[in-house]
Ligand binder design. Structure first.
Ligand code: LLP
Length: 420
């Protein structure tokens, strides 16, 4: 459930009409609902309350806006970060360093150094080499880095290939069969405190069976390590739970997910860690856009909107579906292709779709844009970087400014020698 509903014929974010935000901020603009963020954070947390010990680390990559992070911090979430930039955002939102997990396949020396210095709670190591490097850095700072080893369980998450991470050929984690040996060698290093295992098989997961398989394999490895005398007190099961992108789509709920986790981990006696992203933020945001014009097409008219693939990359990158709705629907529908203004055919949001009838100047929204939306935006075609707004009841605020192309241009220069 989200808080983007029709009231008196106008789409609102909570109690604020979206056309009011569009009039004052301009379009395209992302709009987030604080109530939806809070609700999703609680639903996920409450579902997992059936487990004895948990740690929730919000996957910052899904929506790194500092206002969003501060809402999640207030709900007791830590953060899962994959760069120094994300780490600094989580810290800026007031999340304690101890509640932050540092993931990522290519953490640089500089990032490892900064994270150790900041007192980050757990490093999810992606390789033996990374562990050796981190041990040296931690020892040189007179500290101990708390770590989990990310394991690739070789399980197909049955999601889009580009967001699948748990198959043997994917770049993530260490091979399942080599994991015990690596864990043993890393446990012997000064500077590291190996306390657990981590796994993440993919994103937008809509079938819980692969997760069950992967978690079960992790349990086998955990027991093997304990039998050999190693400490495994923390098990990080990653994120990945999918969300409905189409109205009426039925997917596993956080409660279904929690039931699978509880079943598999029944006798684990470990703190179970989670890194949810999309399930918290996905349906907490929409992208508001204005129809530039409606142009005749061969099979259906092209509805050209002022949002483009640089603002919302998911349709172009993953053929993702985002529901479209008019802000002031008339009750009429039309068959349309929805496209952005960018000069390539991948700048397409929908083909041959029946949508609310719209004409030039009308406003519409793309739903389920709160995760992997603004954060993946760029300035391609020298377009502005899309702004973000958060709504709370009848209040709202700009939480990220529109970055104008002039600001991007101002950061560029022509070297003197080009003028020679
Ligand atoms: N933990 C790790 C180690 C991850 O790699 C990810 C996502 C998450 C947690 C959070 O997954 P979530 O709960 O949000 O599914 N840009 C793509 C999604 C990329 C996901 C990358 N990793 C998209 O727009 O669908």
């Amino acid at each position: 459930m989200d808080h983007f509903q029709l009231k008196n014929g106008v789409l609102h974010a909570e109690d604020v009409p979206l056309d009011q935000i569009a009039a004052e901020v301009g379009t395209p603009v992302y709009v987030y609902s604080r109530a939806t963020l809070t609700r999703h954070a609680r639903v996920f947390r409450d579902a997992l309350a059936i487990l004895p010990r948990t740690h929730l680390a919000f996957a910052v990559k899904s929506n790194p806006n500092v206002a969003v992070l501060s809402v999640l911090k207030a709900e007791g979430y830590g953060a899962d970060v994959v760069s120094e930039g994300e780490m600094n955002r989580a810290l800026a939102a007031g999340m304690p360093a101890a509640d932050i997990v540092f993931s990522g396949v290519g953490k640089t020396r500089r990032e490892l150094h900064a994270a150790v210095a900041a007192g980050i709670g757990q490093f999810n190591l992606e390789s033996e080499e990374e562990g050796v490097e981190l041990a040296q850095i931690a020892a040189s700072l007179g500290k101990v880095a708390v770590c989990a080893l990310r394991v690739n369980p070789n399980v197909d998450a049955r999601t889009h290939a580009k967001i699948s991470t748990g198959k043997a050929e994917n770049k993530f984690g260490v091979a399942y069969d080599r994991a015990a040996g690596i864990y043993a060698r890393l446990s012997a290093l000064d500077g590291l405190d190996m306390r657990g295992l981590a796994v993440h098989i993919g994103s937008q997961i809509t079938d819980l069976e692969p997760s069950r398989q992967a978690f079960t394999k992790m349990g086998v490895l955990m027991r093997e390590l304990r039998t050999q005398g190693f400490v495994v007190s923390h098990m990080d099961l990653g994120g990945g739970l999918g969300v409905p992108y189409k109205i009426g789509e039925e997917l596993p709920t956080p409660a279904d997910y929690a039931a699978v986790v509880a079943d598999v981990t029944r006798d684990w006696d470990a703190t179970i860690m989670f890194e949810p992203g999309r399930v918290i933020t996905g349906n907490a945001g929409v992208l508001v856009t204005e129809v530039v014009r409606v142009k005749q097409g061969v099979n259906a008219p092209f509805v050209v909107v002022d949002a483009a693939m640089n603002d919302l990359a998911r349709p172009a990158m993953y053929d993702a579906w985002h529901d479209f709705a008019a802000v002031r629907p008339t009750g009429e529908t039309m068959l349309a292709n929805i496209v952005g203004p960018i000069c390539e055919s991948s700048d397409t949001f929908a083909m041959g779709r029946t949508i609310d009838a719209v004409k030039a100047g009308d406003l519409g929204i793309f739903r389920t844009a709160g995760a992997y939306g603004a954060t993946m935006a760029n300035t391609y075609n020298s377009r502005p970087l899309v702004p973000e707004v958060m709504v709370d009841g009848d209040r709202w605020a700009i939480v990220a400014d529109r970055i104008e192309p002039s600001a991007v241009l101002a950061a560029e220069r022509i070297p003197e020698w080009l003028a020679e």
